[in-house]
Write a protein that binds this ligand. Structure first.
Ligand SMILES: [Zn+2]
Length: 459
């Protein structure tokens, strides 16, 4: 299938983040805080102080230093936790939500998804990412790792909403103009490195969509720029067979042979891996973005996460794009991560609630190389935090807060979302975006793109 080259991105709108708001001093007094400090412990009746975008105090109220807050939130019904970290998504695919379901992966991609995406304008990516941010902020996600086209427009949307983002300019090597796109990837990393909210990645789509020369160029840029590579690997049995035929060995072994595992690599899926693959994964800075719902919906299979955890391989969670999920709800991903692997192993002790919560927070941060900055409620770290409203029938009685967060809570229980010390969502109200405008704009754009794709298919 011929895919037209997507229109070029606009130049980056660098650092529009309102610096003055960074001076906000916030005091929080929830009933409980989970995921505190390097040991991820739970604190009862804590005080949390936020200043200049960072946690400056997390501890007992009795020992709290004097703090003149501009804003205070308190309530016995509130539980504080680290912001959720989405390690794999294609944010602007919100425009494709519900456009194509119930098809095998290859047919779904080649006859529905790629023809739809061939007509995407950079403005579509901006609005689609805005919709994704609205959904994620509402559900307590504070950071997302994105892999999509028109990457600077996605970044523009994330900055407008105040979310933290690890964007990667996706490279589909069969599209014309790929060499220029690889060169632009280096510029993209240069443009954004060191930003408070944006950590640029390199994002070759996969071994089956990029060739050896393209991979080698991307790996060289990653080494020179000290950037993380994120990609898809071992998602389906067919992919493993195709890669083995094209490259002579499995995707993981191919990545090692190419030299992609010498530095930090984040691979989405990793559903089909053999013993030798797993040895390679465990002995390299290799991280897995586990996408349980997407793997179920596309009938890919269930990744052996319990074995990866046992081997010490870093695992985070992601919903993947909304065409294969079909939402960006990290609570569903946590619950699936904590239940699926019990079923496949017939062992109810596999992947505990605590492990699932860590995958969605501190382990996700490790996957993105950001564990020194986010992932726990810890003094000195960036203030990315969620308040969850526990005054709901499905969250009583409160025997175990971590259990409730993983097995019973829902995205709609999120009361407030804070990123970098700034409220993006407060007591059920968006603070940085007009959600009605975003929904209306995306509805119009989604319908228009579907009509164009359908006209192309029938023409
Ligand atoms: Zn993906």
């Amino acid at each position: 299938m011929m895919i037209t080259l997507l229109k070029t991105s606009l130049p980056p709108i660098y650092c529009e983040y309102p610096r003055l708001e960074m001076q906000m001093k916030i005091a929080l007094f929830p009933s409980v805080a989970v995921g505190c400090g390097p040991h991820f412990h739970t604190l009862e009746k804590p005080a949390i102080h936020i200043e200049n975008g960072r946690f400056v105090y997390i501890g007992s109220r009795a020992d709290a230093p004097r703090f003149e807050a501009n804003e205070t939130v308190e309530g016995d019904h509130l539980v504080a936790m680290p912001g959720l970290i989405n390690t794999h998504t294609h944010a602007a695919m919100t425009l494709l939500r519900g456009y194509a379901d119930d098809l095998p992966l290859e047919v779904w991609l080649q006859t529905k998804i790629w023809p739809f995406e061939a007509n995407l304008h950079s403005d579509d990516v901006y609005w689609g990412t805005m919709l994704a941010c609205a959904e994620m902020i509402r559900g307590g996600t504070t950071t997302f790792c994105d892999m999509y086209f028109h990457e600077n427009r996605g970044v523009e949307a994330a900055l407008k909403t105040g979310m933290r983002m690890c964007p990667g300019a996706v490279l589909l090597g069969f599209l014309p103009g790929s060499d220029e796109k690889i060169a632009r990837s280096r510029e993209f990393v240069h443009d954004w490195v060191g930003h408070d909210l944006i950590t640029p990645f390199l994002a070759p789509h996969s071994l089956y969509t990029c060739d050896e020369s393209q991979w080698r160029k991307i790996i060289a840029i990653a080494r020179e720029e000290n950037a993380i590579i994120t990609t898809h690997a071992s998602e389906t049995q067919r992919e493993v067979a195709d890669v083995t035929e094209k490259w002579g060995q499995s995707p993981i072994k191919t990545l090692q042979k190419l030299g992609a595992l010498g530095g930090h690599l984040l691979a989405a899926h990793c559903v089909f891996t053999d013993e030798a693959d797993r040895d390679i994964m465990a002995s390299n800075p290799f991280f897995v973005a586990h996408n349980p719902q997407s793997n179920l919906k596309l009938a890919s299979g269930i990744a052996p996460i319990e074995d990866y955890l046992w081997r010490g391989i870093g695992v985070g969670l992601g919903p993947d794009g909304t065409a294969s999920n079909n939402n960006l709800d990290m609570w569903e991903e946590m619950r699936l991560a904590a239940t699926l692997h019990k079923s496949t192993t017939h062992d109810a002790t596999m992947v505990s609630a605590q492990q699932a919560l860590k995958m969605a927070t501190i382990e996700g941060a490790r996957c993105l190389g950001l564990e020194s900055e986010i992932g726990t409620l810890e003094e000195g770290k960036r203030a990315d935090l969620v308040l969850v409203d526990f005054d709901k029938p499905h969250l009583y009685p409160r025997h175990n807060v971590t259990s409730h967060l993983v097995y019973a809570a829902e995205a709609s229980d999120v009361h407030s979302t804070i990123v970098n010390g700034k409220f993006l969502f407060r007591d059920g109200q968006y603070q940085t975006l007009d959600v009605r405008e975003v929904c209306h704009e995306c509805n119009t754009r989604g319908q228009s793109l579907a009509e164009k794709a359908n006209a192309g298919a029938s023409g």
